[in-house]
Design a protein around this ligand. Structure first.
Ligand SMILES: [Fe+2]
Length: 118
């Protein structure tokens, strides 16, 4: 849930690579699976709009055989695509505070960020 909440924080600084940027922020604190989903979500999210811009909406399919492919499809469906609805019934930020504090208070390993790629 914490990853879903912050997955677009890099959009203003890195609009063309914000998934990779946020993946780097999350890498020490989340599983390899969650990190991969966040890193790739922009490409997977393009499924919903790329064809409207003359681009390939199925570009995500280059990862079809990846073990986290379906998880990323599901993430975009449930935690990204539906969040562009201004009438969506969102929870207040205070609801997420303890979740974010818990996740970011316990890195998996101090060496993860320097050594692992998702
Ligand atoms: Fe995004």
């Amino acid at each position: 849930m914490a990853a879903a909440l912050i997955h677009d924080i890099g959009d203003a600084l890195a609009p063309w690579s914000h998934g990779e940027m946020v993946g780097a922020v999350l890498r020490p604190f989340v599983s390899e699976r969650v990190c991969w989903i966040i890193q790739k979500h922009a490409l997977f999210q393009a499924y919903y709009y790329a064809h409207l811009m003359g681009e390939d909406r199925n570009a995500r399919d280059k990862y079809r055989d990846h073990p986290f492919y379906e998880d990323c499809v599901e993430f975009c469906e449930q935690f990204d695509q539906n969040c562009f609805d201004p009438d969506y019934d969102s929870l207040p930020l205070e609801f997420f505070r303890p979740i974010v504090e818990e996740v970011f208070s316990r890195p998996r390993s101090p060496l993860v960020a320097a050594e692992e790629l998702c």
